[in-house]
Design a protein around this ligand. Structure first.
Ligand code: COS
Length: 386
């Protein structure tokens, strides 16, 4: 689907493909095995301006949009979902500042994010708040000119490695969703430390940790948006970032398809190439069709967001839901097409299958995506009736 890409978009895609082939693929199984954070790759990406793709030019970025960002995410995901998660979660953590940050906050933080000097993490999830985003227990109490944060965040991507954290905490526990606020917290702030590092099934190159806030004092200027807006900040952030998860699904599915189709062509059984056997051909045909459908939806939604659409919850949930369900199905089928070889660590598809599972879980489970779509449909139906 390259035919409608402009020159800049083709350049971003080509550069991402080249970086994936040269820097990611040769080390992906080692990063996976050792659960090693991909700093070398992040530095190479910073040198090629990947971190600035979606950041406005006035803050040192390239001034492009969601569409260009997802092109890069898709290419990286063909190589390694752990690496692409590190990159995509950086955008997730940056969206609260991009969408709701003050001019001062943008001036202070965005240039070092665009250059790749500072990585970012988004901290919403807690032991008791995942799907139930309004169930956050971490508190932020205003004391004079400072907010004092207390609580523990769980499963935070880029935790420990990022310099900047966008954190959702309750400023008024009695108000539910309307009692949440968003903050920016810098690594090294006294009272802010890192807890358990998770040992994961997949995306093992990415870092997932606890964040611990114990009487962590931050200047009151670090609030993002206004007090009480935290839930909206979180929801709008997820509306923007979920298309990126969809792009991860498209990328990993394409990577698994390519590996399994190549293997099926080379492998011979019953005196002929496995790819010439109709049962295998039909599997590959279904996989390829599902990938193209997912790509078309993800691209369309990214373009819809870039066109300035205000309400994108339903569409971004659809892109995430569809493309990540496709990713799970296609990676499982890629292992099946390859048979015994697919199950072995010598080939990349078993890792892709393990990696793909998280896409149906993070940034809102696919059950939550269906809730979001369902709620939007109810609203639309009510409007049509009036
Ligand atoms: N944009 C703007 N406003 C939104 C919104 C959105 N996308 N989604 C909800 N809101 C508003 C609602 O309109 C409502 O406003 P009012 O109080 O003025 O009516 C308020 O926010 C609360 O919304 P709602 O009642 O729908 O909240 P719920 O607690 O029922 O939660 C879901 C809604 C399930 C959609 C939300 O909790 C969610 O997205 N959960 C998943 C979070 C997630 O992705 N977690 C993964 C970890 S983060 S990587």
């Amino acid at each position: 689907m390259d035919y409608f890409l402009d020159e800049d978009q083709l350049m971003i895609k080509d550069l991402a493909r080249q970086l994936t082939e040269e820097k990611v693929m040769p080390v992906r199984s080692e990063l996976d095995e050792k659960e090693e954070f991909p700093w070398e790759i992040m530095h190479a990406m910073a040198q090629s301006d990947f971190f600035g793709i979606y950041i406005p030019e006035e803050y040192g970025g390239l001034g492009k949009g969601s569409f260009e960002l997802i092109l890069a995410i898709e290419e990286l995901s063909k190589g390694c979902l752990g690496v692409s998660t590190t990159f995509a979660a950086n955008a997730l953590g940056t969206y609260p500042l991009l969408l709701f940050g003050s001019a001062e906050q943008k001036k202070k933080y965005l240039p070092d994010i665009a250059s790749g000097k500072n990585l970012v993490a988004f901290a919403l999830t807690e032991a008791g708040a995942g799907s139930d985003a309004a169930g956050v227990q971490t508190t932020a109490k205003l004391e004079g000119s400072e907010y004092v944060l207390n609580g523990t965040k769980q499963w935070i991507t880029n935790g420990g490695e990022a310099e900047i954290y966008t954190v959702i905490a309750m400023t008024d526990k009695n108000k539910g969703a309307r009692g949440a606020s968003a903050f920016v917290v810098e690594k090294g702030t006294p009272g802010f430390s890192f807890g358990k590092k998770e040992d994961k099934l997949g995306i093992r190159a990415s870092s997932t940790t606890e964040l611990i806030f114990e009487n962590c004092r931050i200047p009151k200027e670090n609030i993002i948006g206004r007090q009480g807006m935290g839930f909206i900040v979180a929801m709008k952030t997820l509306d923007s970032s979920r298309t990126g998860v969809g792009a991860q699904g498209v990328g990993v599915a394409q990577g698994a398809f390519d590996a399994s189709a190549a293997y099926a062509k080379d492998r011979h059984q019953f005196g002929r190439s496995v790819i010439s056997i109709q049962a295998v051909q039909h599997m590959l045909a279904d996989m390829a069709t599902q990938i193209e459908a997912a790509r078309a939806l993800v691209y369309a939604v990214a373009k819809f967001i870039d066109a300035g659409a205000r309400e994108v919850s339903k569409e971004s949930a659809m892109a995430k839901l569809f493309a990540t369900d496709v990713a799970m199905k296609v990676t499982v089928d890629a292992v099946q097409v390859m048979g015994g070889a697919g199950y072995m660590k010598e080939y990349p598809v078993e890792k892709m299958m393990r990696d793909a599972k998280i896409l149906q879980i993070y940034e809102g489970t696919n059950q939550i995506q269906r809730n979001v779509i369902g709620q939007a449909l109810i609203k639309e139906t009510a409007k049509k009736r009036k």
